[in-house]
Design a protein around this ligand. Structure first.
Ligand code: ZN
Length: 226
């Protein structure tokens, strides 16, 4: 999730759900649906290779090594059903980040709120696999989502400030939130202009998760995609 995740029904059509296989939902055009089909019933490593260059987000969830759900979203957000949310506890959730960044605040919130065992993201920018697998004694489990979000925000703002883009960042965040409230989806850079260079956005995301890993012991790793 690069911007947000939420629960609701606008997550695409349920295309398959037999008792033995994963829950599968797909939205978008034929290209997006084809990516989903390449993931269904595949082991984690195959699924990650199938999604890492996709231009919209795809999600695959595994429990005890078995694939339990596959779905997709836009390039900025993913919507899960209540059923999927329930299944997530103790699972390994992998997805791709079309913007090529490490974990977002939404990812941190998801692992904490749904008690995931591990969250993974594959990035199309540097062909890296990112993983957060917080140990039992990680401070993440003892910290509120609100505190995590505010720590994360402080770290992000520090990166924008150092790069000389804090004013633009704050103004754009405000405009994006206003857009989201009105349209119920996050705007594209065309809908709310973005003058901040993509490398500044990338370092805001990547540096803040590294700093949070040191503070909270998140079990963060970054390895080349297999
Ligand atoms: Zn994400």
């Amino acid at each position: 999730m690069s911007r947000s995740y939420s629960t609701g029904s606008r997550g695409g059509d349920r295309v398959r759900a037999d008792r033995s296989g994963p829950i599968v939902r797909a939205s978008g055009g034929s290209e997006e649906r084809a990516v989903v089909q390449r993931v269904v019933n595949q082991p984690l490593a195959v699924a990650e290779r199938a999604i890492h260059r996709a231009s919209t987000e795809n999600v695959a969830i595994y429990k005890d090594g078995k694939q339990i759900a596959v779905s997709n979203g836009s390039d900025r957000e993913v919507v899960f059903t209540k059923e999927e949310m329930k299944l997530m506890k103790g699972s390994v959730l992998t997805h791709n980040h079309p913007q090529g960044t490490s974990f977002s605040r939404a990812d941190l919130q998801l692992i904490k709120q749904r008690k995931l065992e591990e969250i993974r993201a594959v990035a199309n920018y540097d062909d890296m696999t990112y993983s957060l697998k917080p140990p039992k004694d990680s401070l993440l489990w003892k910290t509120s989502v609100a505190k995590l979000a505010s720590d994360h925000e402080k770290l992000r703002r520090a990166v924008y400030e150092n790069a000389g883009y804090l004013k633009e960042y704050d103004a754009r965040e405000k405009a994006c939130v206003a857009w989201y409230r009105k349209n119920k989806e996050w705007p594209s850079p065309e809908q709310v202009p973005d003058r901040i260079p993509s490398e500044v956005h990338r370092s805001a995301v990547n540096d803040s998760i590294e700093a949070l890993d040191i503070k909270y012991k998140l079990g963060y790793t970054k390895t080349p995609i297999q």
